[in-house]
Design a protein around this ligand. Structure first.
Ligand code: PEP
Ligand code: MN
Length: 366
């Protein structure tokens, strides 16, 4: 299977500096709401793309379901009044056709669509031979392959102006976020496809406006290429996602407060200091590997010994004692309980595997 995406980098088609800022309401609600929000966003001088949802089937029916086709006219009106390129979500071939006819500049595939290869393929087929930028949100469930699959389907349909949007993942357990960020999934995507730009959507991760600045800063510190933040002229009366939308002026403050760091610098002193620190890390990692290898060798000896004496591998008391003593030792050294716990679990699982292997080499004492 082809492992690369054939992509034009984000900056080559947006012509905007990093980070790319996409903002606008969750839903286009009226011409006045669209145009007035867009004008204030444009006046900030930092927003590159205006967004709005047109078709909004909600989690449960009977709520506001989006303006539909009429909303496209309001979005285009806002584009004409401000000069901002506009973006909206498409989920079907009919949406794609309407958007292209209306002159929408950027399309995005929503989280509820990315989960479904039938729908993604339908959208991809409708885009065959069209040179329009498409952003692909992560699927609602934490499945990296589905996210990649959607990007590949669009890429195979000839879409090169392609980027991903990280909007967090739905889970049954309710944490502080509406959608758990699970940053490691976005990092893994970037690691596998370094040519792919990822934009973070802190609004749908947060679910509440207060958390947006923190998530946005974290995204930039992870070198994400842009942010999509929902904004509304009057968030408290928004017809969808009211709690997570910010006013254009609040957005201005969020953007002003962000620290934009670069992945590297030409500063020589920085580079040599970093090299020294990285060498120290390399040496410590070397010690960790040697220690782990030595620890597993002892596990092997213990396995032999337990086998010869017909004793089980797992002894719960011993395991509990290890966890307890190591966590308090780790805490005293400034390590978090969560980290020590996770690390020990990994080591313990491996140790059990090593012992199991020895146990099952019937009675040959090595
Ligand atoms: C949206 O951007 O308004 C939206 C519906 O997002 P998601 O697909 O991430 O839920
Ligand atoms: Mn929304």
């Amino acid at each position: 299977m082809k492992k690369e995406l054939n992509i034009s980098p984000l900056q080559s088609w947006t012509k905007a500096d990093r980070p790319l800022i996409i903002s606008g309401p969750c839903s286009a609600e009226s011409e006045n709401q669209m145009v007035s929000t867009a004008k204030l966003l444009a006046a900030l001088g930092k927003v590159n793309v205006l967004r709005a949802g047109i078709w909004k089937p909600r989690t449960r029916p009977g709520q506001y379901e989006g303006a539909g086709s009429e909303g496209l006219n309001w979005l285009i009106k806002a584009k004409q009044e401000t000069g901002l390129p506009v973006a909206t979500e498409v989920a079907t071939a009919a949406h794609v056709e309407e958007c292209l006819r209306a002159g929408v500049d950027i399309l995005w595939v929503g989280a509820r669509t990315t989960v479904n290869p039938f729908s993604v393929q339908e959208v991809a087929n409708a885009l065959q031979g069209v040179d329009v930028p498409v952003l692909v949100k992560n699927p609602v469930n934490p499945d990296l392959e589905l996210w990649i699959g959607a990007l590949e389907r669009l890429n195979r349909a000839g879409i090169k102006k392609l980027a991903a949007i990280h909007r967090g993942f739905s889970s049954f357990e309710k944490g502080p976020f509406r959608n758990a960020p699970m940053w490691d999934i976005a990092i893994e995507l970037k690691t596998r496809f370094p040519e792919l730009d990822i934009i973070c959507d802190p609004s749908h991760i947060a679910g509440q406006r207060e958390l947006i600045p923190f998530i946005a800063q974290k995204a930039l510190d992870l070198d994400m290429a842009g942010l999509m933040i929902e904004s509304h002229i009057e968030p408290s009366v928004a017809l969808s996602d009211a709690k997570q939308q910010v006013t254009p002026s609040a957005l201005g403050k969020i953007l002003d407060d962000l620290v934009v760091r670069t992945p590297s610098t030409a500063n020589k002193e920085f580079k040599s200091t970093l090299t020294i620190l990285r060498e120290q890390i390399d040496q410590l990692d070397d010690k960790i590997m040697q220690t782990m290898a030595a620890r597993m060798k002892i596990s092997e000896q213990i396995g032999n010994y337990k086998r010869d004496n017909n004793v089980t591998i797992l002894q719960v008391n011993r395991w509990e004692e290890i966890i307890e003593t190591r966590i308090s030792q780790g805490n005293a050294m400034g390590l978090t309980s969560e980290f020590v716990n996770n690390l020990l679990k990994l080591v313990h699982n491996e140790s059990i595997q090593v012992q199991q292997k020895v146990m099952n080499t019937a009675g040959q004492n090595v």
